[in-house]
Ligand binder design. Structure first.
Ligand code: SF4
Length: 367
């Protein structure tokens, strides 16, 4: 199941507005918040990018290939985007998904995007006033009932909440009963299915409302460590980083590990240079010379003043003058450029130096 995200707009002052702009909610947004509010804040309040791991990329490509295959389109080339060693395994997963999906009933939707308003009415997927939205991998019809299925490429056990939430939304929007929901587990070649009862839909609605209410009222976004920290992109920025074991926080216990960490630093440094060059090239090309990161943070060009001694200035003559007028001539050996500049401003010229960096204060360029 893939869900599309939309960056909330923020004004930084009106908290109510700020937090209600998490709408439309999506499964990934809600689950992210439930797992760890701090990570949610890094991602959706600070808009920090996440590093997609190989498993995430594979899942995305496999979903795309399954959807194409079910629509009768060419799909094998899609898998060529994967690393060579992963392609055969991915192909088996696509074929498994096809085999199960085609036997579930009459397919009426493949990767169906939906969005609903607070009252359950259907709205555009891109509607910023939408309450909840998502993408249903497979919508199947059997007699008058609908069934909702989700392809899972990973090994972790999926939560029932996701498919029940979609069942709740579809039933509310289409006023048609959803009788069954489930997962097609492509890693274990298995199916996980659940009958949908009105009682479970009520539990789903209550759980959804509670999550939304807690999220909209949250002002702390506290870190909630757990197994999910091992794949958190923000672990090194986490306030609890020192307590968390993660593959992204290295430990150095011997010389071999020290060498490994040193090599990583070298690679990151090179990467950082490329990132900086790209960003600097961009801000140099835009009229404002800066780019807004969030309410308080900008990246761009800043100018600082640099003073230089003019050519042909007689430094000795300057020191002689200082010597003659000084109460303690021994002190003139300690005179700094700054003092010389104050005493002999005509001997210096001031120019502006261009710097790049992050800055606050309304993001104005000092030019
Ligand atoms: S490292 Fe763990 S506790 Fe910290 S933000 Fe990431 S998921 Fe949350």
């Amino acid at each position: 199941m893939k869900t599309e995200e939309k960056r909330p707009s923020e004004d930084g002052t009106n908290l109510k507005n700020k937090y209600t702009t998490f709408r439309p909610y999506s499964m990934s947004r809600l689950l992210e918040y439930e797992r760890c509010p701090q990570r949610f804040a890094f991602k959706y309040l600070q808009h920090l990018p996440e590093i997609q791991d190989n498993a995430g990329f594979q899942g995305q490509v496999i979903h795309e290939a399954i959807a194409k295959a079910l629509k009768g389109e060419m799909w094998e080339d899609t898998l060529a985007e994967l690393e060579f060693d992963d392609i055969l395994d991915a192909k088996i997963k696509v074929l498994t998904a096809l085999r199960y999906s085609k036997n579930l009933g009459n397919i009426v939707g493949i990767e169906t995007k939906f969005a609903i308003l607070d009252d359950g009415a259907i709205t555009d997927f891109g509607d910023p006033d939408g309450f909840l939205r998502g993408i249903i991998d497979l919508l199947v019809e059997s007699n008058d009932d609908l069934m909702i299925w989700d392809w899972k490429t990973g090994h972790s056990k999926p939560t029932k909440f996701q498919v029940f939430l979609y069942a709740w939304a579809v039933q509310k929007a289409l006023k048609r009963p959803v009788s069954k929901v489930g997962y097609i587990l492509l890693s274990s070649n298995d199916i996980l299915e659940f009958d949908v009862s009105s009682e479970e839909l009520e539990i789903t609605e209550r759980k959804l409302n509670k999550l939304v209410r807690t999220l909209e009222e949250d002002r702390e976004f506290a870190a909630r460590p757990g197994a999910h920290c091992s794949y958190c992109s923000y672990v090194s920025m986490c306030p609890l980083a020192s307590l968390i074991e993660s593959k992204d926080i290295p430990t150095v216990r011997n010389e071999r590990e020290a060498v490994e960490v040193a090599k990583c630093i070298k690679v990151f440094e090179e990467k950082l240079k490329h990132y900086e060059r790209a960003l600097q090239g961009y801000v140099e090309g835009v009229e404002t010379g800066k780019v807004k990161i969030d309410d308080n943070l900008w990246y761009g060009i800043k100018y600082s003043e640099v003073s230089k001694l003019n050519k042909n200035v007689d430094l000795n003559a300057m020191y002689r003058t200082l010597w003659e007028h000084s109460e303690d001539p021994t002190q003139i050996f300690k005179v700094e450029n700054k003092v010389l500049q104050e005493k002999f401003p005509e001997s210096f010229s001031v120019s502006k130096r261009k710097n790049f960096g992050f800055f606050t204060e309304g993001g104005d360029k000092n030019d």
